[in-house]
Design a protein around this ligand. Structure first.
Ligand code: CU
Length: 665
């Protein structure tokens, strides 16, 4: 039935329209306006998609809904979209049948009210969802063998035991083939609000079949010495914390409100035009980012998100050797998002957005205030003092911040996207929370970790983040160049041996574009549009401005690098393919390896002057410190996409002088 343009239109044999609501099988769906094809699914759309699928496939209680997300329309459809055009709404759904032990992908047209496809995906394990976390902890704690292990360690109150299910990875264990697995490791609290990570039950490991939700086996590698000092960071719970009393209030006030305008998930701020969404796997997704210049909106990015993150541990001991968490693909960062608190997580004039997701049953699950949007003062944007005349011109820099926080077991991660008035985009990950702790074997020390408190070990590890940027600088056809700085050769042309210049190479194929940073040549990569030239005849460009980075220390034939081959290179460039979305492939959980970027670039497609995707990996090398305990001070890792020849002059020239009641600049 066609109701009206831009409205959710539901077609089902049993659909009835009754005064403002649709009824599908006697359930109500409120009609809601959708203004753009990339708006995330609304709660009503999720309900409708799940109902349509359940109705069509007679889905029973043994089937879990892993994800229900917007099936993004084709790029061409989005780019040709004009306000008022009809919008086709489709949902992409991943299902896990616990009884059949099978994974399915379905596409449902919400607009047409029908299922479009339903496909069995063999040999994959979708990500572990929060419901499985909770059930896994319960079955492990109820297991007699595990309980025996606890008793051996003098633990009788099982309610105080914390069981963290870790993704099992893939280590070729025959008995585990084809099973949906979690490797559960444990800690114990002394009282309910205690920081249990102070007391690890290292060596007691339970393997859980998550389909059958039963313990497969319990390994007990022996009782170890338990640390004796607490790890409490809640002031009320710790005698060792005396709160400082010399901190005066710092208020951020915007008396006239923020400078941005919002329409659904579209933001207009300081010449930036930004659209965003939120998925259970990636969390924040940015779409169709453009900047107003010379009277038009110039496109920069079509889509940007965190495609994967991996936390490999470098500890060879029996307790830690399989710890490699793929937090996006194995757990899902969006579904682990926090509800943010004003004045705590975000300071100032804040606009929050809810994350609208589905739970395991397919019911709508809303995380209130999951996404935070605000403006921040960021020091001096530009200034100059004319020392002859004494004239000073100074501008404050202001940035727009779009962010969310996710808690993945012991760690907490903040994912921040910053937009600056000078055309720069910055991506920052903030790492805090609890270290993954263990105890020492009989030697009382470890080569692979730091003793962060008496008898408490924190294994060395790394955090890698891969960001996928579907670029479109002034159009879809872009190229990527590598710029290396080299010293001029000695001789008459270089009389003082200090001259240097840049050498630029354009990548032609995907294989060529697997590259690493190089300090010796101050290497960087620049995305350019060879078809769009600036005022001085150069192709317009944006460079990737690296921040902290590192490389993995695992060998190429390790399970880690087979499964996360993308870690070997900081840069990959691929020709756009809508199916190539994740650096370690769509189903990294228990994957044997070979999927993701190494597979994508094995096609060795042409990437010069093509519709391309740029993938940047950054790594935080974490040699653990005593200061990271009992809660880790936030570590920041970031990089920028910075205009290089994209604008003809400083795009922030037109920022007005700072306005304040108390002073003028
Ligand atoms: Cu760390």
């Amino acid at each position: 039935m066609i109701f009206e343009r831009n409205f959710i239109i539901l077609k089902l044999k049993t659909v009835h329209f009754k005064g403002g609501v649709f009824l599908i099988n006697h359930q109500e769906f409120v009609v809601q306006t959708i203004k753009h094809p990339l708006e995330p699914l609304t709660a009503e759309e999720i309900k409708a998609a799940v109902t349509i699928l359940k109705d069509e496939k007679k889905i029973g209680d043994h089937v879990r809904f892993i994800t229900v997300t917007l099936k993004e329309p084709a790029k061409k459809t989005v780019l040709n979209f004009k306000p008022g055009d009809p919008i086709e709404r489709e949902a992409f759904i991943i299902l896990l049948d616990n009884k059949e032990e099978k994974t399915y992908e379905a596409v449902v047209s919400i607009t047409k009210g029908q299922m479009l496809s339903f496909e069995y995906i063999p040999n994959v394990q979708p990500s572990i969802i929060p419901e499985e976390f909770e059930e896994c902890e319960r079955v492990v704690k109820n297991n007699p063998e595990f309980q025996e292990g606890l008793r051996k360690r003098g633990i009788t109150d099982f309610d105080l035991v914390m069981v963290d299910p870790w993704s099992a990875g893939y280590y070729g264990i025959e008995a585990d083939e084809g099973k949906r697995l979690a490797r559960a490791i444990s800690w114990v609290r002394k009282f309910p609000n205690d920081n249990g990570y102070a007391y690890p039950l290292t060596g007691l490991v339970a393997y859980v079949d998550l389909n059958k939700m039963e313990v497969l086996r319990v390994e007990d590698h022996g009782v170890r010495d338990m640390p004796t000092t607490d790890g409490n960071y809640i002031p009320e719970l710790s005698d060792s914390i005396t709160l400082r009393d010399d901190l005066k209030p710092l208020e951020i006030i915007q008396p006239e409100g923020p400078s941005f305008e919002i329409d659904g998930h579209y933001i207009k701020w300081q010449k930036w035009h930004i659209r965003f969404g939120f998925t259970p796997r990636e969390g924040l997704v940015l779409y169709t980012i453009g900047y107003e210049d010379k009277g038009k909106i110039r496109p920069i990015l079509y889509r940007a998100s965190l495609s994967e993150m991996v936390v490999p541990y470098g500890d060879a001991s029996i307790a830690h050797r399989t710890q490699n968490a793929f937090d996006a693909g194995e757990y899902g960062l969006g579904r682990l998002a926090n509800s943010l608190e004003l004045g705590c997580d975000c300071l100032g004039e804040i606009r929050y957005f809810d994350a609208v997701l589905a739970d395991a049953k397919g019911n709508v699950r809303i995380i209130p205030n999951a996404i935070c949007l605000h403006e921040e003062d960021y020091g001096v944007g530009w200034k100059h003092t004319d020392w002859r005349t004494g004239h000073v011109e100074t501008r404050r820099s202001r940035r727009l911040v779009l962010s969310f926080w996710a808690t993945v077991g012991n760690y907490d991660y903040g994912f921040f996207y910053y937009f600056y008035q000078d055309g720069t985009i910055e991506v920052e990950v903030k790492l805090t929370g609890e270290l993954n702790t263990g105890t020492f074997d009989e030697t009382g020390k470890s080569k692979y970790g730091t003793e962060i408190a008496p008898k408490l070990n924190a294994a060395y590890h790394q955090h890698f983040f891969n960001f996928r940027f579907d670029m479109m600088l002034d159009g879809l056809k872009n190229s990527v160049v590598e710029v290396n700085t080299v010293p001029e050769k000695r001789g008459q042309e270089n009389p003082y041996n200090n001259a240097f210049y840049t050498e630029t190479t354009t990548f032609k194929t995907e294989q060529e574009a697997q590259r690493n940073l190089k300090l010796e040549t101050a290497r960087y990569w620049k995305i350019i549009n060879p078809n769009s030239l600036n005022a001085v005849g150069q192709p317009v460009g944006y460079k990737i401005m690296p921040g902290e980075n590192c490389l993995p220390f695992a060998y190429d034939d390790s399970s880690l690098l087979k499964r996360a081959g993308f870690l070997k290179h900081h840069l990959h460039v691929t020709k756009y393919d809508e199916k190539e979305r994740f650096a370690a492939g769509p189903y990294p959980n228990q994957n044997k390896g070979g999927d993701g970027l190494p597979k994508y670039v094995s096609q060795n497609r042409n990437i010069e002057n093509e519709d391309i995707v740029v993938w940047y990996t950054m790594g935080h090398h974490h040699i653990t410190r005593t200061e990271d305990w009992p809660v880790m001070p936030t570590a920041y890792i970031n990089f920028q996409l910075k205009p290089v020849g994209f604008f003809d002059r400083n795009p922030a020239l037109d920022v007005p002088r700072p306005i304040s009641k108390n002073h003028t600049c």
